[in-house]
Design a protein around this ligand. Sequence first.
Ligand code: ZN
Length: 242
Amino acid sequence: MVSRRAFGAGALALTVASGAAASGRPPGVVEPGLWVKGAGGGARTVAVTLDACPGWFDPRIADVLVEKRIPATIFITAVWMRWNPKGLAYFLARPDIFTLENHGALHLPPVLGDARVYGLAPAGTVEAIRAEVLDGAAAVEKVTGRRPRWYRGAAGLYSPAAIPVIEALGFKVAGYSLNADAGASLPPAMVARRLEAAKDGDVTEGHINQPRRASGAGIAAGLVALQAAGVRFVGLDEAMAG
Ligand SMILES: [Zn+2]
């Protein structure tokens, strides 16, 4: 969980994860929050982000984004790109919809030490965190021709000491404010409800790599509902521009 503090456009709120004792989350890690500038006046502006962790391409979500012309930032791993050339081609064919950013080379959480993070082996050392970030960025740049600006660590959790390491490499840490699907683990109706409840300025997070789980249908339905409710969708550049 993250707590919302005073923040402006694109502000990054670093909070110690309150669920430190929760299963799979090592103590002391942080889960950064991120928001975009809100519309105000009762309107809603929302930024959609989706993670392409190692896994597959989920056309239920991708097709809705294209059909409805909803821009989304895809945090993509180099592993996913190798496994899903057709899915990657789909993303690259619509740069007006999909912005590819860095979710790491091997999907190793940027966490120091050897405690597993939700079952994932952590990068473990500063050197390995640098390699995870830089190799992931190089993979994105190779296919897009554009250097990514954002990095989101696997599991969205970071050792506090990892944050300045990532920033020194020239990347902004991409937190979020609304976790829609809890690792693609939630039932679709619940995922849709969570998305539909997005507040003005939220950066939503979900998964586009689990087509075999029911959860993704909830992402698609929630996005359609948000658009029908008049939500304006923006990219993370909006957050950076302030
Ligand atoms: Zn991931």
